[in-house]
Design a protein around this ligand. Sequence first.
Ligand code: HQG
Length: 189
Amino acid sequence: MTQSLTTASKFLSYILRHKPDAIGLTLDPEGWANIQELIAKADITIDLELLHEVVNTSDKKRFAISNDGLYIRANQGHSIEVDLGLEPVEPPEFLYHGTADRFLDSIKNNGLYPQNRQYVHLSADTDTANKVGQRHGKPVILTIHALQMHQKGHEFFQAQNGVWLTKSVPTEAISGLNPKVPYQTRHQS
Ligand code: HQG
């Protein structure tokens, strides 16, 4: 990704997920922003062409444009309250969450919480979880017993870009909280 694409993508993530009021923008209840208004108010150089390029080249399909082409929103990752209109769906048996080892003690005690976001983010594959974990430090991949949670009444949603979302994950539904001590270490006296 070129520098301007990365800058524009980060700008859109920040405005559409976290702080539309930083540029005096208001999102509708479903998280949509008027594209012309966003471009007019943006405090970076961005035009319609660049905006479309960011949307089309986003590796994680972070953004969606409305069918009429007038509005844009983030597909997931919001800290502000938006209603993405997602219907609960049955998850696969296992989903994965990437985190950093320094969070493990707290996760052991409390389970997973969304922190600043609306949902805990989960992925269907471990590669994605690993990349997400690396953003925070030494990555650890947790396995979430998603289907069992679902059977116990937890709701799961899948964002338009495939990311799985749920409100919280109790400790007992998480495997991998006690990464095995390496063989070498175990046999040291
Ligand atoms: C951790 C990115 C201590 C949690 C990614 C995570 C994702 C706890 C951090 C999306 C905890 C929150 C979201 C507890 C959870 N005690 N730590 N009880 N419960 N945590 O960034 O999942 O590239 O808000 O493990 O790809 O890392 O921006 O969430 O490490 O899809 O498009 O608290 O953001 O997408 O961190 O990432 P985040 P996340 P983009």
